[in-house]
Each structure stands twice: as C-alpha cells, then as structure tokens.
Design a protein around this ligand. Structure first.
Ligand SMILES: [Ca+2]
Length: 182
C-alpha cells in the first residue's frame, strides 16, 4: 500500500490546479481515474483507492467506485459525460456516498465536481436526462432522527444539475416511506 502513497503525493502537487483527468469514459478509464473528494485527489486503481494512515496502523481509508456508472449529456455539448457513485470509508464508522460527474475539458475527461449524498445510505440508481441535462439519484435513506443503526429504507429522489464546476441540487427530495404500514 505504501507504493501508492508516494505517487499520490506527487499527484496532489501536480494536479490540484488543473483538477483530475480521465482520458476517456471507458469502464477501465473510470476505474483507474482520479477523482476529487472535498480537497483530496483520489487516484483509483482497478476501482479502488487505499490509504493507510500510518505505517504500523491497520486504520486505512478506502474509496471505491461502484458499478453505478451513467453516461449521458450533462452540458448540451457533443459527446457523453458521466455520473458515477464513489463510496468513501475513511476508517471510522462512516460510509460516505458521493456523486461524481465527469465532463470533457480540453480533450480529456475531468471529474469536475463531486457532491456528498449521505452517510450509510443506499444508492440504487443514477440517471442522466439528455434533454434537461439533469441527474436523478434514487436512494434509500433514514428518517430524520433515526439512529445510524437503522437500515436505510426511506425512498428518496435527489435531482442535480451541473453548473460550471459544481453540482447543484435542483429539488430537495421528499421522503416517501416505502409501503404504507406503520
Ligand atoms: Ca456533453
């Protein structure tokens, strides 16, 4: 794992200004691309990034690219763009789901924006509407006030648009409990 830490350090220095890039939108490129989560550049290898915090510690951060990879038009310009789901497990109890979008910038694909979706939720699908350029995320979450131990079973729909280099929520989800029994 140490071998991957050193290149990342170099990557941080060289790519912070230009954001990260993927050469294309093939599954292989996406699984080996670089993504930005908050201020960190996460360079995936085979869909996974592992970073051990200390040499002699088992604690490590693991980021994985899920199989939810949606291609479509996010900017009204020629060529597909993509929206993917990343899961960030920093080593504590959190399992943070992020929506990452990739768009073409100067002939390469860049992860231009990443949006936090929720902790220990379940993302079911991501759909890009080529007409409106909107992104629709279907997910299961908890009711407000529920303990984290409660399984996410509340169906929500989250809608986003890519505006410049950010992901903007279009419409806050209205929790709709699954089934009507309570
Ligand atoms: Ca496009």
């Amino acid at each position: 794992m140490t071998a991957r830490v050193l290149p990342l350090t170099a990557l941080l220095i060289t790519t912070l200004a230009t954001a990260c890039s993927c050469p294309s939108l093939t599954a292989m490129a996406l699984r080996n691309g670089a993504y930005r989560i908050d201020e960190d550049i996460i360079a995936l290898t085979e869909g996974e990034y592992r970073h051990r915090y200390m040499e002699d510690s088992a604690a490590e951060r693991v980021v994985t690219l899920t199989d939810i990879i949606e291609k479509g038009d996010l900017d009204g310009r020629d060529g597909d763009d993509a929206a993917v789901i990343l899961i960030d497990e920093p080593g504590g109890s959190g399992t943070f789901y992020h929506l990452a979008v990739l768009m073409r910038r100067d002939d390469v694909y860049e992860n231009v924006a990443t949006e936090f979706l929720g902790d220990r939720i379940l993302v079911q699908s991501v759909v890009i509407d080529d007409m409106t350029h909107g992104i629709t995320v279907h997910a299961l979450v908890r009711n407000e006030g529920d303990a984290m131990a409660v399984p996410p079973e509340v169906q929500v729909v989250m809608r986003y648009m890519v505006v410049g280099n950010s992901i903007s929520p279009m419409q806050q989800s209205v929790p709709t409990p699954i089934g009507s029994s309570r």
